[in-house]
Design a protein around this ligand. Structure first.
Ligand code: SAM
Ligand code: DTB
Ligand code: SF4
Length: 318
């Protein structure tokens, strides 16, 4: 089968039609597109490290790291380079191909930026792909990160433009889009996706995917997170999602962005092996790998290896 053309003109009605397809039809379509673009039995593995924890000025309603909510998290300043490199080495030894570092900032401060650039150079030297998520960036910061050798910048749109202000009030959707523009201008690869299970409607998921798919260049990496409810945050008691919701969302993302890596991201600890297998069938070809996400637990590497073996999945470095 010929690869479908990459489109940037998706209409909301078309996307909603995809969401509403009978499940088997949706999965068949997504899997067919998946195998024309990727090895269907291969996953890319990214390992996360939170390099600065908590005390964030923002009020993102899902986040354990906002200073505005009473969560149980202990705050920690920016980590030293040596400690970060040690974690990167371990991630590589465990089989990750990308090392993703997160900081709980609205945007990076001038005083920390030199250290961030040094961190990138040091992790790159370990022969790993690098990804950073530091909040909003201006033109110049994006350019400096690019020159230091950064590969990916993660900046999620999280949900639809309409639902966004119901979850976050301290910055806007347009702020997020502006950072994505600055990151692209600096020739960095983009990792951008969202969270499902925050009380949004299917229409919000469709609008988020429409925004991502209609960017001039699709994000190279699209993380689909399922909300990890955090005690003390406004979304602590969000209604639990039906398990098929994430499978459908992944399938639609795969269809709209055929050559992007779609990552089954936060929320895997709550999923059984069968549900994860369905997500891979729907076109997810990447996961966060390693015992921790940013502040919460992830599936154990042992569990993941067993699952990959059972499914005959190979990972980037095998
Ligand atoms: N401060 C930076 C920012 O906001 O872009 C970087 C770190 S922030 C924690 C990175 C992303 O993690 C968020 O945009 C959100 O998509 C995801 N995330 C955070 N908390 C989450 C949770 N409880 N459940 C699911 N995803 C979450
Ligand atoms: C993304 O989309 N998900 C990751 C990463 N990009 C930075 C973060 C998930 C965080 C889950 C909750 C936590 O561990 O604090
Ligand atoms: Fe801060 Fe990022 Fe958490 Fe928002 S998601 S509160 S910006 S760390």
């Amino acid at each position: 089968m010929l690869a479908e053309p990459i489109r940037h003109d998706w209409q909301l009605t078309e996307i909603l039609e995809l969401f509403n397809l009978p499940f088997n039809d949706l999965i068949f379509k997504a899997q067919s597109i998946h195998r024309t673009n990727f090895n269907p039995n291969q996953l890319q593995l990214s390992t996360l490290l939170n390099i600065k924890t908590g005390a964030c000025s923002e009020d993102c309603g899902y986040c354990s790291q906002s200073a505005r909510f009473k969560t149980e998290l202990e705050k920690q300043p920016l980590m030293a380079i040596d400690a970060i490199v040690a974690e990167a080495k371990q991630a590589k030894a465990n089989g990750a191909s990308r090392f993703c570092m997160g900081a709980a900032w609205r945007s990076p401060k001038e005083r920390d930026f030199k250290q961030i650039l040094d961190i990138i150079r040091a992790v790159k030297a370990e022969d790993l792909e690098t990804c950073l998520t530091l909040g909003m960036l201006d033109d110049q910061q994006a350019q400096q990160l690019s020159e230091a050798g950064l590969d990916y910048y993660n900046h999620n749109l999280d949900t639809s433009a309409t639902y966004y202000p119901k979850v976050i009030s301290t910055h806007t959707y347009q702020d997020r889009l502006n950072t994505l523009t600055n990151v692209r201008k600096a020739n960095l690869k983009i990792c951008c996706g969202g969270i499902i299970g925050m009380g949004e409607k299917v229409q919000d998921r469709a609008e988020l995917l429409q925004t991502l798919a209609n960017l001039a260049i699709h994000p190279e990496s699209v993380p689909i997170n399922q909300l990890v409810p955090i005690a003390g945050t406004p979304l602590e008691h969000a209604e639990q999602l039906d398990s098929f919701a994430i499978v459908r969302c992944i399938a639609v993302a795969r269809i709209l962005m055929p050559s992007s890596n779609i990552r089954l991201s936060a929320g895997r600890t709550e999923m059984n092996d069968e549900l994860q297998a369905l997500c891979f069938l729907a076109g997810a070809n990447s996961v966060f790998y390693g015992e921790k996400l940013l502040t919460t637990d992830n599936k154990s590497t042992e569990h993941d290896h067993n699952l990959f073996n059972k499914l005959g999945i190979i990972t980037s470095y095998e």
